[in-house]
Design a protein around this ligand. Structure first.
Ligand code: DQA
Length: 148
C-alpha cells in the first residue's frame, strides 16, 4: 500500500482557535480525520506529523526516505525561511506537495517567498482546510500516474 506523509510545522497544532478568521475553525485533528477518510477510500496509508521545531521536522522528512511515497507539507512560517527544511526535502527525492490554508501571496511581503515551493511538484494555497484535501487528491493522482 502506498503511503503519504503529511507534515505540519509551527503553530498548526493551534488550528481551530488560532486566528479563525484567517485559518478557519477546524482543528488539525479534524482536518486529519477528513484526509484519513479520503485515503481509506483510495486504498492509501497516511501518516501525520506536526512539530513546532525545525530540527524535528527535518528529522521527519529524512525518515521518509524509503518509508513514504510522497510528502504533503504545510511548513507554516518555516516555509518562508527554512533552508534546512528545503534541503531535507530535496535530499529525500520524493514528490512533495506544498499546502497553505491562506493565500500567502495576498498577505504580508515576508510570506510571498516560499523555500518549499522549489522542492515541490506543486502547491495548493488559499482554500482553507480544503487545501489539504485538494493536496491529497493531487498526491493520489500523482501516485496513480506513477503506477501506469
Ligand atoms: C500558513 C501561512 C504561513 O505564512 C503562516 O506562517 C502559517 C500558516 C498557511 O497555512 O496559510 O503558519 O502556512
Amino acid at each position: 500500500m502506498k503511503k503519504i506523509m503529511v507534515i505540519n510545522g509551527p503553530n498548526l497544532n493551534m488550528l481551530g482557535t488560532r486566528e479563525p478568521g484567517l485559518y478557519g475553525r477546524e482543528t488539525l485533528g479534524e482536518i486529519e480525520e477528513r484526509m484519513r477518510e479520503s485515503a481509506v477510500e483510495n486504498g492509501l496509508a497516511l501518516e501525520f506529523f506536526q512539530s513546532n521545531h525545525e530540527g524535528e521536522l527535518v528529522d521527519k522528512v529524512q525518515s521518509c526516505q524509503g518509508r513514504a511515497d510522497a510528502i504533503i507539507i504545510n511548513a507554516g512560517a518555516l516555509s518562508h525561511y527554512s533552508i534546512s527544511l528545503h534541503d531535507a526535502l530535496l535530499a529525500v527525492d520524493l514528490p512533495v506537495i506544498e499546502v497553505h490554508l491562506s493565500n500567502i501571496y495576498r498577505r504580508e511581503d515576508f510570506r510571498h517567498q516560499s523555500l518549499i515551493s522549489a522542492t515541490a511538484v506543486g502547491g495548493i494555497f488559499g482554500f482553507g482546510k480544503d487545501s489539504y484535501l485538494l493536496a491529497l487528491a493531487a498526491a493520489i493522482r500523482l501516485l496513480h500516474d506513477d503506477e501506469e
